[in-house]
Every structure is written in structure tokens, then in C-alpha cells.
Ligand binder design. Structure first.
Ligand code: ZN
Ligand code: ZN
Length: 162
């Protein structure tokens, strides 16, 4: 024989409709922290400088997902009378860059900051400062010095030298 535990009928439980409470005014002790801007990824201080690196696999996946969603949305909104929009291939790691922020104390060298760093770059890392632990890609492909055609000034514009 099982002894069934029956729920005890609530003897006295006045079903008073709780008066709607006024919306709680949030008076947090902390002053609202305004997002002043990007923070140093090493110490959290306000960033003074930044450079760029390639995305990690997760970051790239996120970028591609966002782009895919955007395209699905665009297709939904597209005019049916028109040919469907054609999208370029989804971005690859070569198309995406992530900014890395650092305070003045954790800044890498200016030369280093002009390069694209690898996704695996751990900068700013105090052990490597002011360098980093990757071999960044160079942005400067073609030297610009040779590009400017030099037009000779007329002789009488040149400072009269003898
Ligand atoms: Zn820092
Ligand atoms: Zn690097």
C-alpha cells in the first residue's frame, strides 16, 4: 500500500491581489560608467593606440555569420520583380581585420603598429614589448618614391648658380 502524499491544502493563504508595485527606481551605487572608448587589452586602461590583426577562426566565423544573416535579410527584402541580388563571396581571413587597443605603456612600436598582425599575435604582451610574437604582414607593397614623375623645372626657374 502506497501512502500517497497529497499536497496539503493551503489552510490560510489569502489570495490578495498584490498591488502593482511602482517600478523600482534603480538607484545603483555606482555612477554610470560611460564607455569612454576602447580599453587596453593588456591592462584595461583607456587605449592610446591601436593596430590591426587578422581575425581568429571564431572571430571570422562570427563575421561570416553576421554577413550571411544580412544577406538572408536582404534576399527577403529584395524586390521579387527584380533579379535576386548577387553577393560576393563571404569574407575570408584576408578580408577581415580586428583592432587591438593598447595604452601608452603597452603600445608596441610605431613600426609594428603599421603592420597587419597575425591572428595568433599576443601583443601587447609585456614579455615582447615593444615588439610582438608574430611576423606581421607588410602593408607597403610598392615603394611610392618611384611613382612620382619628375618634371624638370625650366632653367630660368632654377636659382641662378653661376
Ligand atoms: Zn595597458
Ligand atoms: Zn604581432
Amino acid at each position: 500500500m502506497d501512502t500517497l502524499t497529497s499536497p496539503n491544502p493551503d489552510p490560510i493563504h489569502p489570495a490578495t491581489a498584490t498591488a502593482a508595485l511602482p517600478p523600482a527606481v534603480a538607484e545603483s551605487a555606482d555612477p554610470p560608467v560611460l564607455p569612454a572608448g576602447p580599453a587596453c587589452v593588456a591592462c584595461g586602461e583607456p587605449a592610446a593606440v591601436h593596430w590591426q590583426r587578422r581575425p581568429t577562426d571564431e572571430e571570422l566565423a562570427e563575421v561570416r555569420q553576421t554577413e550571411e544573416k544580412r544577406r538572408v535579410q536582404a534576399l527577403k527584402l529584395a524586390d521579387m520583380q527584380q533579379p535576386a541580388p548577387v553577393f560576393p563571396p563571404l569574407p575570408t581571413a584576408g578580408d577581415v581585420l580586428r583592432a587591438v587597443y593598447a595604452c601608452a605603456a603597452h603600445a608596441i612600436s610605431l613600426d609594428g603598429a603599421t603592420l597587419f598582425h597575425l591572428s595568433s599575435c599576443t601583443a601587447p604582451n609585456e614579455a615582447d614589448l615593444p615588439g610582438c610574437d608574430c611576423t606581421p604582414e607588410s602593408l607597403r607593397e610598392a615603394p611610392l618614391e618611384e611613382e612620382v614623375p619628375r618634371v624638370l623645372l625650366p632653367a630660368h626657374w632654377l636659382s641662378a648658380g653661376a
